[in-house]
Design a protein around this ligand. Structure first.
Ligand code: SF4
Ligand code: SF4
Length: 228
């Protein structure tokens, strides 16, 4: 899932500035699961903004709404009236949701209430860990399902650096060395020969380095009927 955390209240207040009618929009998917921008957080932020704006002597009209997913048109289209009646929209979705609102409602001023941080998973209650950097050419089959791109601090592809020590990465004693994990995993699975398979320099053009990416599935597209 996409993991993010809410911006500090002072920063959100600064983004809102002089605007009087504020609409806080939560998202019911990834950012709900990471307790950053779901219905509960949208309600909490809206009531905090109402309260603090009164205390600051600049009372604002703050309303909130949460949609199932801010990154799909059908879920955000019903917001048209509420958005048109607001001076500013504070999106508590990831950066994709913010941009979806901007694309669908070009006359609205939409600001992010979250810092979108990574693709990851909850390790335990209250702790999330990065697991994927969406490189566009997955190599997990070679590494026993452990991603050296997201989890090795140097994104090494042919084994560990000299800084691996007692299974930990040299950057911080509490960070696991990804290549130590890969080694242990391959050993356990009887596939250590994969460690010796030379990985040529990665073609990063499938990642963000190749510019904005796009997927087209012709089999899923709804094309206009002939004659239209
Ligand atoms: S190899 Fe690429 S796609 Fe696969 S988990 Fe790592 S970053 Fe994600
Ligand atoms: S110690 Fe391990 S995880 Fe850290 S940079 Fe070196 S190989 Fe990567």
């Amino acid at each position: 899932m996409i993991v993010g955390e809410q911006k500090p209240l002072e920063e959100i207040k600064e983004l809102i500035g002089e605007a009087e009618k504020v609409l806080v929009v939560g998202c019911g998917t990834c950012v709900t699961v990471c307790f950053a921008g779901g219905e509960r957080e949208a309600q909490l932020l809206a009531s905090t903004l109402r309260l603090t704006s009164q205390v600051d002597g600049d009372p604002k009209e703050v309303t909130e709404v949460t949609v199932q997913r801010q990154c799909e048109w059908e879920y955000i289209d019903p917001l048209a009236t509420q958005i048109s009646e607001s001076d500013i929209v504070v999106s508590l979705a990831c950066g994709i949701g913010v941009q979806a609102l901007v694309e669908r409602f070009p006359d609205a001023w939409v600001v992010p209430g979250l810092n979108t941080t990574f693709l990851g998973l909850p390790q335990e209650q209250g702790i999330w860990l990065e697991r994927c950097q969406a490189c566009g050419d997955c190599i997990l089959a070679l590494t026993g399902g452990i991603c050296p791109i997201a989890r090795c601090s140097k994104q090494l592809l042919n084994g560990p650096c000299g800084g691996s020590h007692d299974g930990k990465c040299e950057i911080q004693p509490e960070v696991d060395c990804a290549w130590h994990l890969i080694y242990e995993r391959l050993k356990r699975m009887g596939k250590l020969e994969l460690m010796l398979k030379f990985q040529p320099p990665k073609d990063w053009s499938t990642s963000r380095d190749g510019g904005p990416r796009k997927i087209v599935r012709e089999d899923l597209r709804v094309l206009p009927e002939e004659g239209y």
